[in-house]
Write a protein that binds this ligand. Structure first.
Ligand code: FES
Ligand code: FES
Length: 165
């Protein structure tokens, strides 16, 4: 049995203490925006915020989360997709298959909370989530756009070459 504060709601869940937090978020609570990728804290698909820091929920035991810890999932980032990171993601059309993107957005939101005007180096250091579709250029551009620092050019010239016949 555990008591968890997820997206501002306190939930009682019947699970063993060593159950990964990701399982509880998806299976017990039914919030499926947070994804399972590697299960070993490498890919970032399962990223959530705990007390404003980005954490990989596949590798956190529910028993190690306190009832007072504030967990935020992609569903709780904003009520209507109005978070600046979500708006920039939409404007730049970042996702390709989309699978990694909730984790990417959570990592970007946590970065901007800590560092509202990140440099390219800050973004590269903080955004270690893996994207198998290779959307890294657009992710970086969207983080800049969300930060309002005028570099949100979409990164498309490097990533999407024009086909010529
Ligand atoms: S599923 Fe958690 S880091 Fe990959
Ligand atoms: S958009 Fe497909 S894995 Fe990132």
């Amino acid at each position: 049995m555990a008591k968890l504060n997820i997206n501002g709601k306190v939930r009682d869940v019947q699970v063993e203490a060593d159950t990964p937090l990701l399982w509880v978020i998806r299976e017990q609570v039914g919030l499926t925006g947070t994804k399972y990728g590697c299960g070993v804290a490498q890919c970032g698909a399962c990223s959530v915020h705990i007390n404003d820091a980005v954490m990989r929920s596949c590798s956190i035991r529910v028993g190690d989360v306190k009832p007072t810890d504030k967990i935020v999932t992609i569903e709780g980032l904003s009520s209507n997709s109005s978070h600046p990171v979500q708006k920039a993601w939409l404007a730049i059309d970042v996702p390709q298959c989309g699978y990694c993107q909730s984790g990417q957005i959570m990592a970007a939101a946590a970065l901007l909370k800590k560092k509202p005007k990140p440099t390219d180096a800050d973004i590269d250091a903080a955004m270690t989530n893996i994207c198998r579709c290779g959307t890294y250029q657009r992710i970086r551009a969207a983080v800049h756009m969300a930060a309002g620092n005028g570099k949100g050019n979409g990164g498309r010239s490097a990533e999407t070459p024009t086909r010529r016949s």
